[in-house]
Design a binder for this molecule. Structure first.
Ligand code: AMP
Length: 564
């Protein structure tokens, strides 16, 4: 762990970043570097090569983007870009470009994402005007290099992001070819969630004396992880996270909970959203004065607030007796942070609950946490509207039971008696329960939160490997998936990686979203998520696979099966 001069954990300012960049980070509400940023930023700022093992969710994008921005020559000084970032998918190209844009805006950094499927004309114009950072999928980058429209001579830094995923998708040769077109004295940075031998091979060939960093492998002492905490995770798309949090809190009905967020902005937004849902939520982050923080804490302790929304920094060292639930609104950036967070409940022999919201792309990070803590985090479905209704009923029932036990119902006798002149006792009871129920609940959100496919890496691999010999032929597509028919098969030299590469390169899907693949002699069938099918069809109709323009459509069961 990188320490600062006073022996504390390094802050952004300790990592050698320029004042303007520090200002950007504080404007974004980033309070402290994540572990990978602490480790990677100083050597990258010095210009060293780096081999980093880190999954999505660790803050790895900023870990390479900030040093790149720091080392960037003044905008517009060269003819070609100074930085090239290679990524496996269009989705990631957009995300990484957005991150560069966010961090580099006040430096005037010009960023261009380049991926298949997008109109090439606009990319050509932007390249001609001049860009500082190009974020590209390998296929489209090669395309531009071949046309002479992407000039790599001025390149200072190349980043290979999610390198294992790029290899899985069959981009190994493309990467070699692109690197061969870059200056020898460039800085090379390679990030990968896993480090299989093939990645080591690339690192040996193309990185010079790299700094090696692994995140999520520092074993946490066993006694640090609190076994009394029940740990559950829920896969949910980013857009549905506020609703998912509300649903979970409604179901769990915690006495007092702390919700951890990544940034100050996120804390503020979520606090407002939860207050809107009827919770008494208070924000706590490093941008607040000590006095404000003390006020928040006393409101929580006295029971005037029941929800604390906080960043790690602000919540450090807090000891709150009443806490029953810890919620991770995002997967924390390192397993150690997870362990610290959940250690806030389940103290002194009491049982606590830890809930984690996981975006599908953060799934790997969850596995890393399980490995380090050697504890299972069960991944469950979000409660449905029906679950919520049943739970509300249960809470009303419990409240009534408690009321009955209190034996202070005397004053209400007269009301019940006068009503029983006219109504049945059962009816009177039903009406009373209804009133109690309605006054008990927060707003009932009747909308279901869409499920996202919790497929594991292993399942995805198995799905793909099973494809070439057609063992999965004839099976119905998995839940939420549809099968697409391609008129190209084995006789056209098509391999699973060609299909995965084409789909991931041309649409917003990544390799992991793609399901089983069957390759027959004259056609192929590929499972893709239902919601993305039309986009994939449209994008692939404009592209080529192995030099041929494919016909792509949804599988029409009978006809396509007969074609077999
Ligand atoms: P990444 O692992 O690069 O995909 O980053 C995961 C998320 O963490 C992104 O939404 C970033 O904006 C956010 N993030 C990165 N670094 C920090 C930090 N030091 N503090 C708070 N949030 C961060």
């Amino acid at each position: 762990m990188t320490m600062n001069a006073t022996g504390g954990e390094a802050t952004f300012a300790d990592l050698g970043l320029r004042a303007e960049i520090l200002d950007v980070l504080s404007a974004l509400g980033y309070e402290e570097p994540t572990p990978i940023q602490r480790e990677a930023i100083p050597p990258l700022v010095e210009g060293r090569d780096l081999l980093g093992q880190a999954a999505t969710g660790t803050g790895k994008t900023a870990a390479f983007a900030l040093p790149v921005l720091q080392r960037m020559p003044p905008s517009g000084s060269g003819s070609g870009p100074a930085t090239l970032v290679l990524v496996p998918t269009r989705e990631l190209a957009v995300q990484v470009s957005e991150a560069f844009h966010r961090y580099g805006r006040i430096l005037g950094t010009r960023v261009l994402p380049i991926y298949g499927g997008a109109p090439i004309g606009r990319q050509l114009q932007a390249l001609k005007r001049g860009v500082d950072v190009v974020v590209a999928t390998p296929g489209r980058a090669l395309d531009h290099i071949g046309r002479g429209t992407l000039d790599l001579e001025e390149l200072r830094t190349v980043v290979l992001d999610e390198a294992d995923e790029m290899l899985d998708m069959g981009f190994a040769d493309d990467i070699e070819e692109i690197l061969a077109a870059t200056p020898e004295d460039r800085q090379t940075v390679l990030f990968s969630a896993t480090l299989p031998p093939r990645i080591d091979g690339i690192a040996r060939r193309h990185l010079r004396d790299p700094v090696r960093i692994e995140i999520g492998h520092a074993a946490v002492r066993r006694d640090e992880a609190t076994p009394l905490v029940e740990q559950t995770a829920y896969l949910v798309a980013r857009a549905h996270k506020p609703a998912a949090l509300g649903r979970l809190l409604d179901i769990e009905a915690p006495a007092a909970a702390i919700v951890f967020c990544r940034t100050r902005d996120e804390v503020d937004q979520l606090t407002e959203a939860m207050n809107g849902r009827g919770y008494r939520a208070e924000a706590l982050h490093g941008g607040m004065e000590q006095e404000q923080r003390d006020r928040v804490m006393s409101r929580l302790r006295s029971g005037t607030a029941d929800l604390l929304v906080a960043t790690d920094v602000a919540a450090r060292g807090l000891d709150i007796e009443q806490l029953t639930h810890v919620v991770n609104y995002n997967v924390p950036s390192a397993p150690e942070a997870y362990v610290h967070r959940i250690g806030r409940v389940g103290r002194a022999g009491r049982e606590g609950v830890a809930l984690t919201l996981v975006e599908p792309r953060e799934h790997r990070m969850l596995k890393a946490i399980e490995r380090v803590t050697r504890q299972r985090i069960s991944v469950e479905r979000l409660p449905t509207v029906a679950d919520l209704r049943a739970r509300r009923m249960e809470l009303t029932r419990a409240a009534l039971e408690e009321c009955l036990l209190q034996d202070d119902l005397g004053p209400f006798h007269a009301v019940v008696e006068s009503l029983t002149d006219e109504f049945d006792l059962m009816e009177v009871a039903l009406a009373a329960v209804k009133l109690a129920h309605e006054s008990n609940g927060a707003v009932l959100d009747a909308e279901e939160i869409p499920e996202v496919a919790p497929r594991t890496v292993e399942e995805r691999r198995r799905g793909r490997e099973a494809a070439p010999d057609g063992r999965r032929q004839g099976r119905a597509p998995s839940g939420g998936m549809v099968r697409l028919f391609f008129n190209l098969g084995r006789s056209a030299g098509i391999r699973p990686q060609d299909l995965v590469g084409a789909i991931a390169g041309e649409s917003r899907l990544s390799g992991r979203d793609i399901g089983a693949i069957e390759i027959a002699d004259r056609f192929s069938l590929v499972e893709v998520p239902q919601g993305a099918a039309d986009e994939v069809i449209a994008a692939l109709r404009r592209s080529t696979i192995k030099g041929r323009r494919p016909t792509v459509r949804r599988e029409r069961d009978m006809r396509d099966r007969r074609a077999r």
